[in-house]
Design a protein around this ligand. Structure first.
Ligand SMILES: [Zn+2]
Length: 40
């Protein structure tokens, strides 16, 4: 996947860009969809 902020390629599933630190939007919602919720 690519950072929508700086355009660098970053690892799939990353919550933040490792280059510019921008959030990727893959946060709680994506984890819910993935069925790996661990809030408890
Ligand atoms: Zn970035």
């Amino acid at each position: 996947m690519y950072c929508k902020q700086c355009g660098k390629e970053i690892a799939d599933g990353s919550q933040y860009c490792s280059y510019c630190g921008a959030g990727t939007g893959l946060t709680l919602k994506s984890r819910l969809l993935a069925g790996s919720l661990r809030l408890i």
